[in-house]
Design a protein around this ligand. Structure first.
Ligand code: CA
Length: 410
């Protein structure tokens, strides 16, 4: 344990994690770091001298978003995190001396969306998910389209509707084509779904016309967060041809309030599955670029208890983040600090590891059982979806917290 707050090494927010977020300090958004059931107010910490000697401009902690801090660069992210680890291990540190003015109760803190997200891109990088959807929406025999194993398929999503965990989501309305109907109807979606995803946050701005190689890519990533890409399947089915998702996806995406740094994820790095056929040179990479991150989705009915309906893992991804970023910028597209790039739904091999209700109920053909005897195919009004993620080895745990959203009627 070895920290004066006595936070267990197997806590989601152990000393080995120290994820960044923004909390409301009496209505003022303030950058912070989670440790156990506490948060460290970074503005107060800077004022107390915790970061003295690092050369960090304290004004980056006097901002309602993390973007200015992220712009200080990878070496400074690491220096600030290391200084906090040292301070938490040293009872005579400036952090310890001023703890009453620096530490807050995390469990009662109001967390805010920690970033200005200028652009959001959603990939489609799980082969199990793409195969499942292809089987249901198109052809069971040739589920993957011919481009899928050659391109990390993605689309540009909507940044304006990204919300922080705890924000209620209104059931969207839209056009659908009912089965056997000739003309569309308008009304609330009947097939409201979640998509279990992780997103990475761009940590370095690039110029228009420049590209990021797979070797450089991880230097451009600040960290990762849990991402629920809410989806209206009936609206999606009618609208997605030929340009892809639009109103079925842009009404809301929920993120966890904490961004776990790539440095904290380093012990959980693992190999990706072998890609076949071999990809084009600009998508080839060296080393391991996947991460072993356990994922879970719970559904809680109104006034009910939580049922875990999916357990998956980020390591199942076919395309890794380095390839996604290399592909995204290979044409000269610029990216900015705070941009979010989501993985796409993360499904595993087993039926209980499918990362959406569309797959769990197999297009409406099966019931999803809940603890209380109820069943679901898609999400009902009053249901709450909770996504959780964590890495763990025999020594310690690194958790992401939760991305929670409750569905309200249209
Ligand atoms: Ca998605």
């Amino acid at each position: 344990m070895s920290n004066w707050l006595n936070v267990s090494d197997h806590h989601d927010f152990s000393i080995h994690n120290l994820p960044f977020g923004v909390y409301s300090n009496n209505g003022v958004g303030t950058p912070c770091v989670a440790i156990g059931d506490s948060i460290i107010d970074l503005k107060a910490a800077a004022e107390a001298g915790v970061f003295d000697g690092l050369g960090v401009d304290a004004s980056v902690f006097d901002a309602p978003i993390l973007n200015p801090f992220i712009e200080t660069g990878k070496a400074m992210w690491s220096a600030v995190r290391s200084r906090l680890q040292e301070s938490l291990r040293d009872e005579s540190s400036a952090l310890s001396a001023s703890k009453s003015s620096i530490l807050r109760d995390r469990l009662t803190a109001e967390m805010l969306l920690p970033l200005h997200v200028g652009d959001y891109t959603d990939f489609y990088s799980s082969i199990e998910h793409a195969t499942n959807v292809g089987k249901m929406f198109r052809d069971p025999e040739n589920a993957l389209l011919p481009n899928w194993r050659h391109i990390p398929v993605g689309y540009h999503g909507r940044a304006s509707s990204i919300v922080v965990s705890g924000t209620d989501i209104k059931r969207p309305q839209g056009q659908t084509l009912p089965p056997d109907a000739k003309v569309p109807m308008f009304g609330p979606t009947k097939r409201l779904d979640f998509e279990l995803e992780m997103a990475f946050v761009v940590g370095k701005t690039t110029k228009l016309g420049s590209s990021i190689s797979t070797a450089e890519a991880e230097d451009h990533i600040f960290g990762m967060t849990v991402f629920n890409d809410w989806s209206a399947r009936d609206i999606q089915k009618w609208e997605y041809v030929p340009l892809g998702p639009f109103l079925a996806k842009n009404f809301a995406s929920t993120v966890s309030p904490w961004i776990v740094t790539m440095e904290a994820l380093e012990p959980f790095r693992c190999a990706s599955i072998k890609q076949d056929p071999e990809v084009l040179p600009y998508l080839q990479y060296e080393g391991d670029h996947n991460f072993d991150i356990n994922l879970q989705v719970d559904l809680t009915p109104e006034n009910g208890s939580a049922s875990t309906i999916c357990k998956s893992n980020f390591k199942y991804m076919y395309w890794n983040m380095a390839q996604q970023l290399a592909h995204h910028t290979v044409n000269g597209c610029n990216v900015n600090v705070g941009d979010m790039m989501a993985s796409g739904t993360i499904s595993g091999h087993e039926e209980d590891s499918f990362g959406s209700m569309l797959e769990l109920c197999w297009g409406g053909k099966k019931d999803i059982a809940l603890n209380n005897g109820d069943t679901r195919k898609f999400i009902l009004d009053g249901d709450t979806i909770t996504m959780k993620a964590h890495c763990e080895n025999e020594h310690f745990r690194v958790g992401f917290g939760e991305a929670v959203g409750k569905i309200l009627p249209s």
